[in-house]
Design a protein around this ligand. Structure first.
Ligand SMILES: Nc1nc2c(c(=O)[nH]1)N=C([C@H](O)[C@@H](O)CO)CN2
Length: 117
């Protein structure tokens, strides 16, 4: 299976369940695995056939920073839904990490897979 990958996309946004978290920006790190047939783009060396990781990254950053969100689970679902509907990706794996959320953990996060191959 071909994929287009995004690693450690850093998104600064208002995220969290506590009142103090609603007053600050925190960083989320997002990893995306997106099923995509890369052969057509490669054969023609043509961007038109490619799933543009730049466009996806900008779109997701805008989506997630639009309004405050409480749970990183919600962030993961929003990302998966956007990638599937806006970019016609048939299957996606989304990892959302929230570094610094827990004092004695390097990071915490969630992982979801949506769609079919
Ligand atoms: N499964 C989750 N647990 C928790 C979340 C979350 O988004 N998903 N969020 C918090 C707080 O916002 C936390 O990040 C503050 O340190 C707690 N648990």
């Amino acid at each position: 299976m071909d994929k287009v990958l995004i690693r450690q996309l850093s998104i600064e946004t208002v995220i969290g369940i506590y009142e103090w978290e609603k007053q600050i920006h925190q960083t989320l790190l997002v990893d995306l695995d997106m099923a995509w047939d890369n052969s057509a783009a490669a054969a023609a060396d043509n961007y038109q056939h490619a799933l543009c990781y730049e466009t996806v990254s900008k779109c997701l950053t805008q989506l997630i920073t639009e309004k405050p969100i409480e749970l990183i689970e919600t962030v993961a679902e929003m990302i998966a839904q956007c990638v599937q509907t806006e970019f016609n990706v048939p299957w996606v794996k989304v990892v959302v990490m929230k570094p610094g959320a827990i004092p004695h953990a390097a990071s915490v996060g969630v992982e979801i897979e949506r769609g079919r191959l």
